[in-house]
Unconditional design. Structure first.
Length: 204
């Protein structure tokens, strides 16, 4: 190898070393985990309500405005719309009656670390793991009573994400939307709660 090639190789090795060190540190600083593995049952079955509305996903600082996190938020929103909206449309089609109580749903990204495709391509496992923690606040729109505030956690292991070229990073965003939909459906007729970490019986 000539001198020019050696310099390029050395520069690349240094670059990947810096990326790996920074991302490993980021894994420690941005470590995400749920408070509990299970969500308690809501205060009442969701079919106590007749009308249902869901607001757009919110995400505050320090995550808002970061390119990767905004990409992840948009993807979760699209997946959530795809799954939740048909369910709510079916529920909202029921006769209202005289006491048409409305349940308001407010999904929020509490913590997130998302590795985009570009970063995964160049950094591989060194780019670190992806993870997201969301809550969905369920409120009686008329009284302000909080019916439930379940949390949902998913992650994509850095090695699996590297071997799949980022596919598991993207799948994580699909799973979190499916988990929210699954929770709403399971708690419609009876208040049973659900898992905060395991994607049981979700549809992809």
């Amino acid at each position: 190898m000539n001198r020019s090639g050696s310099r390029v190789l050395l520069a690349l090795l240094m670059l990947f070393g810096l990326v790996g060190t920074a991302c490993a540190a980021g894994d420690v600083v941005d470590y995400i985990e749920p408070k509990n593995t299970d969500n308690p049952p809501p205060a009442m079955p969701l079919n106590t309500f007749v009308r249902f509305e869901i607001r757009p996903i919110t995400m505050d600082a320090p995550y808002a405005g970061q390119e990767g996190n905004e990409v992840a938020k948009n993807s979760i929103q699209a997946n959530l719309d795809l799954r939740v909206q048909p369910v709510l449309a079916q529920w909202n089609a029921q006769p209202a009656g005289s006491d048409a109580r409305t349940l308001r749903m407010e999904p929020e990204i509490r913590h997130i670390r998302y590795i985009t495709g570009g970063k995964r391509f160049w950094g591989g496992a060194f780019a670190g793991s992806s993870a997201v923690l969301m809550t969905v606040k369920l409120t009686d729109a008329a009284t302000g009573q909080v019916i439930a505030e379940p949390e949902f956690y998913q992650h994509a292991n850095k090695m699996g994400a590297a071997w799949s070229f980022g596919a598991t990073d993207k799948a994580m965003l699909i799973r979190i939307g499916s988990m929210i939909t699954d929770y709403l459906q399971k708690n419609y007729s009876q208040a049973v709660g659900g898992s905060a970490t395991v994607a049981n019986d979700v549809k992809f």
